[in-house]
Design a binder for this molecule. Sequence first.
Ligand code: EPU
Length: 345
Amino acid sequence: MQIQQHVSLHEFNTLALKSVASHFVRIQNANEIPQVLEQANSLGLSVMVLSGGSNVLLPAQIEALVMYMDIQGIEVVNEDDQYIEIDVAAGENWHEFVCKTTEMGAYGLQNLALIPGKVGASPVQNIGAYGVEVGEFIRWVSVYDRNLAEFRTISAEDCHFSYRHSIFKDEPNRYIIHQVRFKLLKKPDLKLDYGDLKQAVGDLKTPANLQQQVIQIRQSKLPQPAEYPNVGSFFKNPIISAVEFERLKSVHPQLPAYPQANGQVKVAAGWLIDQAGWKGKRLDKVGMFHKQALVLVNYADADLDDVIQTYHAVQVDVKQQFDIALEPEPVLYNTQGHISTHSCV
Ligand code: EPU
């Protein structure tokens, strides 16, 4: 464990933003976490935890100790006729882990294949796709709690998972996630309700085929970060009141909408952005992807200011046309390595 200085984070964020950390350390064992926190304290540095970098917006310069979570390990800890429980270290690659579960006959995560990032970040925003959210298959999350200065496990119930949300977003600087325990199914229960997934899977209703179809759907419309640097969906799908939805629906009958259990309605941000004329449109170095308007792409060595300029312009146009404020999904960091709030339109 060695603290390095002036480290470029270009390779550590999938949007490929130009960003340099004043201090950087790679964590390969959970026991190193308290030691590193102490060192940061004695150096007077704040700490920023970095995982796969697939959902972050980094400033050009970060004056902080960046802790890159690189702990590896996958271990089956319990198994019976119905369930299989697996402990997975935070630094494991998410997609590779999902593929492993399919090979070992552990089911539930197949709809979440090909999501970029690492296992440790998966509970933070409760990653979700094609009708499944990861929180449904988490038993607990193992963390170092900076407030209590101790290691703890937090049960799934206490994580308060909801759409793109958990307690880890409410108290972003408190917990450092180092391991996740998953509880997966031994007998497949395929979730095929989302859009055209059922049709894509066809008669071959196996977890392996479901995973394969999800991979193909994602590849057909979502850009791969290596080719088009991006952070997946750039905005959350807005959740609006039933009254507001009726108003919009009367003017825009085609607006894709998903009614929520509490009577509110989730509407498709991608459709709103597309209709506002942003699909395939660029402002200098940054634009919205031509096959999926919800994904912002860094086309030419952009920095955070370029990104902010483009996404503000998108927000303004959508606000003007639909009176809906789009909320960015990725986490924005300031120059001290602290999470900061996105400005509103
Ligand atoms: N749409 C358009 N134009 C576009 C994009 C979308 O009209 O340019 C329409 C689509 O035709 C569809 C609707 O908007 O009727 C929704 O689009 P899609 O099915 O592609 O899903 P999404 O709402 O855009 C969400 C998640 C994705 C996840 C998919 C599949 C959010 C913010 N995004 O996207 O998550 O993969 O559903 O479940 O909830 C991510 O979080 O990074 C991510 C990729």
